[in-house]
Design a protein around this ligand. Structure first.
Ligand SMILES: [Zn+2]
Length: 284
C-alpha cells in the first residue's frame, strides 16, 4: 500500500522525459486501467445526464474515431457537468468533455478539434506511456529482484487505480505528446470532413479567455496548455494538407446542442459556487 501512495504522488507530479517512449502496458492492461478509472470518475464527478447532449458528443467522437489510427479498442465518450473548460482522456479509450467546454466552443469544428486532440492522446497511447514511465523503476526492481514479471505488475497497477482513478484526469503529458496529439487532431478532423482550422482558432480563443477570466480554466492550462507554438504548428500542418472542398466548420445540430448546454450553465455554476463556499467553510 505504501508504494501505491508514492506512485500516486509521482503520477501527479509529472512524467520523466527520458522514459516517455517506454510502454510496458499491454492493450488489455491499458483498457483495464481505463475501465477502473472511468468507474471512479463517474462516481466522483457529476455526469451530465441530458441524453441529446451525451448522444451528440458520442456521435461526434465516434465519427472522429472512425478516421483515427487506432481502432483496436472501443471508445467511450461522456460529458462532465461542470463549468470548468476542459476535456480529458483516460488510457484505454474513455474520453470526457466538460459542459463548460461545449458552451465555450463557437463552432462544431472548434469542439471537434479538442475531442480529436484527446483521441490523439489515446491513439499515441500517451497515458499508458506516462504511467509506464512513472512505474518503470518499480517494474525494473521487481523484475531484477526476481518478481513475477511485468504482466503481474500491470495487473497490480490496474488494481491500484481502483482507488485513484480521478488522479488520472490530471495526467500531464510531455510537449512531444501534445504536439503529436495536435498533429493527429488535424489529420482526424480533416479526414472526417471537419475544418481542421477550428483547432487553432479554439486555442487562440482559450488563450484570450485565460487572460480575461482565468477561473475555470486552470486544469486545462495545467494539463494541455495552449501556446503560440502549438498554434503555429497546427497552422503549418493545416497548410500542408491537400485542398479539399466541403469541409464543415459548423452544423445546426451543434448549435442546438450548445444552446441546450448553455441553458444548463447557470444552474451548474450556482451548484459549483455553493460547493466552493462549503469547501471554504470547512477549511476555515
Ligand atoms: Zn493534450
Amino acid at each position: 500500500m505504501r508504494r501505491g501512495g508514492f506512485v500516486l504522488l509521482a503520477l501527479l507530479v509529472g512524467g520523466c522525459s527520458t522514459l516517455n517512449q517506454l510502454n510496458f502496458l499491454s492493450t488489455a492492461d491499458e483498457v483495464e486501467i481505463g475501465r477502473q478509472a472511468a468507474k471512479d470518475i463517474e462516481r466522483q464527478m457529476p455526469m451530465l445526464k441530458n441524453e441529446a447532449v451525451v448522444a451528440y458528443i458520442d456521435s461526434l467522437g465516434q465519427a472522429l474515431v472512425r478516421h483515427s489510427k487506432r481502432r483496436d479498442i472501443r471508445y467511450h465518450f461522456g460529458v462532465v457537468e461542470t463549468a470548468q473548460v476542459n476535456a480529458f482522456a483516460l488510457p484505454g479509450g474513455w474520453l470526457y468533455v466538460n459542459a463548460g467546454l461545449i458552451a465555450t466552443a463557437d463552432t462544431e469544428a472548434e469542439l471537434a478539434g479538442v475531442v480529436a486532440h484527446e483521441i490523439g492522446h489515446v491513439v499515441g497511447r500517451h497515458g499508458a506511456r506516462q504511467i509506464s514511465s512513472q512505474y518503470g523503476l518499480a517494474v525494473l526492481l521487481e523484475v531484477v529482484g526476481g518478481g513475477s514479471g511485468s504482466s503481474s505488475i500491470s495487473r497490480q497497477i490496474a488494481a491500484q487505480f481502483a482507488g485513484i482513478g480521478a488522479g488520472l484526469t490530471m495526467l500531464k503529458y510531455s510537449r512531444d505528446m501534445e504536439r503529436e496529439a495536435d498533429r493527429l487532431a488535424v489529420e482526424e478532423t480533416y479526414a472526417a470532413g471537419l475544418d481542421p482550422k477550428g483547432i487553432s482558432v479554439f486555442f487562440e480563443k482559450l488563450m484570450a479567455l485565460h487572460e480575461t477570466e482565468p477561473e475555470g480554466m486552470d486544469v486545462l492550462f495545467t494539463t494541455h496548455p495552449p501556446s503560440a507554438e502549438r498554434i503555429a504548428n497546427v497552422e503549418a500542418a493545416v497548410k500542408a494538407l491537400a485542398p479539399k472542398s466541403g469541409l464543415r466548420a459548423d452544423s445546426p445540430r451543434f448549435r442546438e446542442i450548445r444552446a441546450k448546454v448553455k441553458a444548463l450553465m447557470p444552474e451548474i455554476e450556482r451548484r459549483e459556487e455553493r460547493q466552493r463556499k462549503a469547501r471554504e467553510r470547512r477549511s476555515r
